[in-house]
Ligand binder design. Structure first.
Ligand code: SAM
Length: 375
């Protein structure tokens, strides 16, 4: 089970923002006092400051915990972004290129993946000469959209990003003239958040913890509002024992397996609707779908249902197979669950997973890509 404090067994993941800096520059400046580590295990077990260059995702570093980033110039100026390795998978897997035209980030706040998309698209010309490609970043929650705006500004990608403040992606008309050049979409919708480090994945299955000063009485879970602690990832807070908190803050009291199933069903039907909406963009040729959930209902099951849909068949959408993926993710060893993919090994191999606590030092995550050949 996840437990409070488990984040201390994880490295700090640092993405170097290619719009503002380079890996080499950061190694020579911000991290010049860090010693190179041979593995993730070294980062979490050895004392002192260590650094590890990630072999899968470009421009990604893992460092020992304990650095106070509020005082680090590279962080406050947007040269580096604190982002879990798994959270870097979607934009990297989408692999947007100049020939893909405009890009949509359908559910974008706080903006980790939006800014990553910009860094991939514009790494060779960060001055945005002519800025031929636009990133449309939609965010239904206006308050979260303001956080997104701040992040996009700090990361230096504001001029190529059009933020849809309070805009519901499902209300966006795929046939609108405005989106006629959209060739790639990244979908990272709200999910159960069960992969987040420090978060219980099955809250109802655990006995209440013994009382501590910030918990309710023995056998009585504390109300969510009194049992919260600042989280590291995306500023999400730890829920009470029997509360499932989605990754965008929606709280559901989970008293039984049935409650959890009902919540997962509601989430997966919303996630599927979003994915099918993305399939409708007339010039789109690539899509990624991701969650920070470990539940197959929100992951392989959504992928399978999407592939079986009439719209997927009519438009020619198929899974992005492992052998066609960007090199780092082709090599990533943790793949989808075959049974959850109804025995379809190609689909399961195409799905990319991660599990917290498995030694890779990342959060629980899922991502799959969809492609089609002609538009
Ligand atoms: N991609 C973000 C990142 O990496 O920083 C995290 C996205 S979070 C998992 C999901 C976000 O989607 C939430 O901010 C939520 O408010 C937003 N959202 C949910 N439904 C939406 C919809 N129909 N249209 C647009 N945004 C939506």
């Amino acid at each position: 089970r996840a437990s409070a404090g488990e984040e201390y067994n994880y490295p700090r993941w640092v993405r170097v923002n290619a719009l503002k800096s380079t890996l080499e520059e950061q190694l020579e400046t911000t991290f010049s006092k860090h010693t190179r580590a041979e593995s993730i295990q070294d980062i979490v077990t050895k004392s002192g400051r260590h650094i590890y260059i990630d072999p899968h995702v470009p421009n990604l570093l893992a460092i020992s915990a304990g650095m106070d980033f509020a005082k680090v110039e590279a962080y406050t100026s947007g040269k580096i972004i604190l982002q879990d390795k798994a959270s870097c998978f979607p934009a990297y897997l989408l692999d947007p290129r100049s020939e893909d035209g405009d890009v949509i980030d359908a559910c974008s706040a706080p903006g980790n993946k939006t800014t990553h998309l910009a860094a991939i698209l514009y790494k060779h010309r960060p001055e945005f000469e002519d800025a031929p490609q636009t990133i449309y970043a939609f965010e239904k929650d206006s308050r979260r959209a303001q956080t997104l705006e701040k992040m996009v500004k700090i990361a230096g990608s504001k001029s190529v990003t059009r933020i849809g403040f309070g805009q519901d992606f499902l209300q966006v008309d795929p046939t609108s003239e405005k989106y006629k050049d959209v060739g790639a979409l990244l979908l990272d919708p709200s999910c159960s958040g069960s992969g987040i480090v420090g978060r219980d994945s099955m809250p109802e299955l655990h006995l209440p913890d013994p009382p501590t000063e910030n918990r309710g009485g023995k056998g009585k879970p504390a109300p969510a509002s009194t049992n919260k602690k600042k989280r590291r990832h995306d500023e999400i807070e730890e829920p009470a024992q029997n509360v499932l908190v989605d990754d965008d803050g929606v709280e559901t009291v989970v008293k039984s397996e049935k409650d959890l199933e009902a919540r997962l069903e509601a989430l997966s039907s919303f996630q599927l609707t979003l994915l099918l909406h993305a399939f409708r963009f007339p010039r789109a040729k690539k899509i990624t779908y991701s969650t920070c959930s470990i539940h197959s209902q929100e992951n392989e099951r959504v992928v399978i249902r999407a592939l079986a849909s009439d719209i997927a068949k009519a438009k020619g959408w198929r899974i992005l197979r492992r052998e066609d993926q960007v090199s780092g993710l082709r090599e990533w060893p943790v793949r989808g669950v075959v049974e959850a993919a109804e025995g379809d090994e190609i689909v399961a191999e195409g799905c990319i997973r991660s599990y917290k606590g498995d030694g890779h030092g990342v959060m629980g995550f899922f991502v799959a890509g969809f492609v089609r050949d002609s538009v």
